[in-house]
Design a protein around this ligand. Structure first.
Ligand SMILES: O=P(O)(O)OC[C@H]1O[C@](O)(CO)[C@@H](O)[C@@H]1O
Length: 550
């Protein structure tokens, strides 16, 4: 990082934000009829309209200068080249190699990882074909009708949201079920509707050490035993995807059924690996290949496009602009697509586990704020829930509207209305309504002037609220691949600006350790060990409630 230049650019942006603050978005649009043309771009089938951000052409230049001074290009190239940029774990970060379309060597510690990637992909394809072609038989000779996927976090969200998003492409394979939570209600409910003779279980856990996944796996194994299935027969019903192959084998899964992943793939970036097997089982190998191709094309775009025409760079830097220079603490993703309803939760993990950090790569505590809270839900449902706050609340929430343009159904009129709502929301956020406009409307409707003055205060909307609109023709496997890779690289860009290691997640560890401590105390009310008084109170309530239930 060129620290002095970076600080100079940061200060320039601070000064510039004061200038920008004085203009309202509706005036910027009124004064430049070509604003959307100059502040939008298309690549890999994605169209980004970022004109409804509080920016001018100068802002874009300054933001790109800031990115240059943070050595974004150098850091991006280092990631793609396999440098150990995950410095606290001394690991490379190479989810991009998993979708690379050619066999050009990618080296980790001097070893080309492409042959391993290819070998595992072929093995995945073979199993997927066997299951989909009904050649993989369960212990009693029946074919597989259901796949139970056990995993959590990155070993769950990717496969789950991709299969949900690509529902129109889900055909011919077994039904997919996903259970992540330790809450036994979920596993219980799912198992109740499954038949062990025809169920295949995929245990997805990079570490094979995660409480939720292992407990769900053990309970599922017991479910098979309860039906009289033997240990040897389980081989027809359990597959693991893990970098801890020996632990998966110790669990009772035959080595042949363990699909390796590698420490250079982060959990939240792992759907491109064998972790994506449920996706391939659901949409077929061809569809999974197209998903990878979409992501690979976006990788290429990220590597090659000049910053000002680079989707992830622009989205990342606009996020920095809104977050650090306008104090927007949260960022909403609003897909106007039922199939993309899980996408905000997916990006939430990817973004918040990557950039929700305070210690920088240089081991200093960061002086600016980092990772915004990512949240959101599908439109138009959100309009009848939280959009009130987006329009008139005291927090300004930048929004990414995501809109597939072509419907996957033929329900008359629905798509026009969906799209109209999406475009209207970004327009409303941008232009708002002045007190005068509200007042005039009320008086025109016959309201008495004094009352109109008061009510107009409640009806006025500030506008000037930033949003991006991302559109694309259809939500195909290819396009979804581009969309996911776009957000992955956006997160990378922001991590570079905040000088973070976006690829570790130490913040989740303490909770796991304390969870184990508390678990061990549940059955020991007489232990002399004492926790804080709140934890003791809660434990006592838990023990009491369960005593009275038994
Ligand atoms: O795949 P694993 O090792 O079971 O981990 C599951 C998830 O848990 C986390 O480590 C954090 O809780 C995530 O990063 C990861 O995706």
């Amino acid at each position: 990082m060129l620290m002095d230049t970076f600080n100079d650019k940061w200060r320039e942006l601070q000064q510039h934000s004061v200038e920008v603050e004085s203009s309202h978005l509706r005036d910027l649009f009124a004064s430049d009829p070509k604003r959307a043309e100059s502040l939008s771009l298309s690549a890999c089938g994605l169209n980004l309209d970022y004109s409804k951000n509080r920016i001018t052409a100068k802002t874009r230049t300054l933001l790109m200068d800031l990115a240059q001074s943070a050595q974004l290009a150098e850091k991006r190239d280092a990631m793609f080249a396999g440098a150990p940029i995950n410095n606290t774990e001394n690991r490379s970060v190479l989810h991009t190699a998993l979708r690379q379309q050619d066999s050009k060597p990618v080296l980790v510690d001097g070893v080309d990882i492409m042959p391993q990637i290819k070998a595992v992909r072929l093995k995945v394809e073979a199993v997927v074909n066997q299951v989909r072609d009904q050649q993989w038989l369960g212990y009693s000779g029946k074919c597989i009708t259901d796949v139970l996927n056990l995993g959590i976090g990155g070993s769950f969200l990717g496969p789950k949201i991709v299969t949900t998003s690509l529902k129109p492409y889900v055909q011919g394979g077994p039904k997919q079920h996903f259970v992540a939570n330790i809450d036994g209600n979920h596993l219980h409910d799912v198992l109740t509707n499954l038949n062990p003779e025809t169920t295949l279980v995929l245990i997805a856990s990079k570490s094979f050490n995660t409480q939720e996944t292992l407990t769900n796996a053990e309970s599922t194994r017991q479910w098979f035993y309860d039906y009289g299935v033997t240990f040897e027969q389980l081989n027809r019903h359990f597959i693991a995807i893990s970098s801890n192959v020996s632990k998966a084998v110790a669990f009772g899964i035959s080595g042949d059924n363990v699909f390796p992943m590698w420490d250079w793939v982060g959990g939240r970036y792992s759907l491109w690996s064998a972790i994506g097997m449920p996706i391939a089982m659901a949409i077929g190998n061809q569809g999974f290949t197209e998903l990878l191709k979409g992501a690979a094309d976006l990788d290429q775009h990220f590597k090659e496009a000049p910053f000002e025409q680079n989707l992830p760079v622009l989205m990342g830097m606009l996020g920095v602009w809104n977050h650090n220079f306008f104090g927007c603490q949260t960022h909403a993703l609003l897909p106007y697509s039922h199939y993309l309803r899980g996408f905000p939760a997916y990006v939430q993990q990817m973004d918040m586990e990557s950039n929700g950090k305070s210690c920088q790569l240089n081991n200093e505590i960061v002086s600016s704020t980092t990772g915004p809270v990512i949240w959101g839900a599908e439109g138009t449902n959100g309009q009848h829930a939280f959009h009130q706050l987006l329009h008139q609340g005291t927090s300004v929430v930048p929004v990414d509207f995501i809109q597939p343009l072509v419907a996957e159904h033929n329900m008359n009129g629905h798509q026009d209305m969906l799209v109209a709502n999406c475009f209207a929301q970004s327009k409303t956020l941008m232009q708002g309504k002045t007190h005068q406009q509200a007042y005039d409307e009320l008086v025109a409707s016959g309201m008495e002037e004094a009352l109109a003055k008061v009510i107009a205060k409640h009806k006025a909307m500030p506008g000037n609220r930033p949003s991006n609109t991302l559109t694309f023709d259809r939500l195909t496997p290819y396009q979804l691949g581009t969309l996911i890779a776009l957000y992955e690289h956006k997160v990378f860009v922001q991590g570079v600006i905040w000088n973070l290691n976006s690829f570790d997640q130490w913040g989740v560890e303490l909770g796991k350790i304390l969870g184990d401590d508390i678990l061990s105390r549940i059955g020991q009310p007489n232990s002399t060990e004492r926790s804080d008084s709140s934890t003791e109170l809660l434990l006592a309530q838990y023990r009491d409630a369960n005593k009275s239930l038994t």
